[in-house]
Unconditional design. Structure first.
Length: 207
């Protein structure tokens, strides 16, 4: 999986396809969580969330990890670089610091993984999370209501097809991370859905 080829166009693609909808989803609970001191943005990509995080939490140490060098470069240009540590690494292998981060953020990231890899990546992030950590995530979802379900299925199938061709994405369907997050000691604090249930924002916490 390699997001480098898409990186220069990613922001424009998001704007054309979704306007501000994904960003609203990313920011849904950002003003409600306790102020973090150590933040990990996993698979932050082109850095839509990062400047908002920097602005709201001026005291926090923020680490961004992404496997795409070009995505990291675009995110780096959106903030004062001394405020943030950028790490080019694959989160399936990155030996991150244990129990360090009191905020983990995975926006439109967990949907990149097939079930076996999803379990590995959530477990690893869980090991890096502090005992009182919060976890914000935004992602796509297939709702249960019939028409909304059909609509979401069509959109998600098109998205997976596109990212398979453009980036070599291995995953071909959405897998819920809920059971793995619970196993890692997190429970769902808040949840919001939008776009007929296609988009979800969730706040999970360990406290
Ligand atoms: C679909 S994009 C989402 C970007 C951004 N978080 C957002 O909200 O739009 C997924 C991002 O995760 C990164 N990524 C995918 N697999 C990864 C891995 N195993 N380790 C680190 N980053 C990864 C990609 O390079 C890409 O930047």
């Amino acid at each position: 999986m390699n997001f480098d080829p898409l990186a220069p166009f990613y922001g424009a693609m998001e704007f054309l396809a979704a306007g501000g909808k994904l960003q609203r989803c990313r920011l849904e609970f950002l003003d409600e969580i306790p102020k973090p001191r150590q933040v990990l943005l996993a698979g932050e990509g082109h850095g839509r969330f990062l400047p908002e995080c920097v602005r709201r939490f001026p005291e926090a140490r923020i680490v961004v990890v992404d496997s795409s060098e070009r995505m990291l470069g675009i995110a780096r240009d959106k903030v004062e670089p001394e405020r943030v540590e950028f790490i080019h690494a694959d989160l399936l292998n990155w030996p991150g610091p244990p129990q360090r981060f009191d905020l983990i953020v995975t926006n439109f990231f967990l949907d990149c993984f097939p079930p076996d890899e999803l379990a590995v990546v959530v477990d690893r992030l869980g090991e890096m999370a502090a005992p009182d950590a919060n976890w914000l995530l935004a992602d796509f979802e297939i709702p249960t209501r019939t028409l909304a379900r059909l609509r979401s299925r069509i959109i998600v199938t098109i998205l997976y097809g596109f990212f398979r061709i453009a980036c070599g994405l291995k995953a071909d369907s959405l897998v819920s991370p809920d059971a793995i997050l619970q196993k890692a000691g997190f429970s769902k604090q808040r949840r919001m859905t939008s776009e007929w249930g296609l988009l979800k924002s969730e706040w999970w916490g360990r406290a």
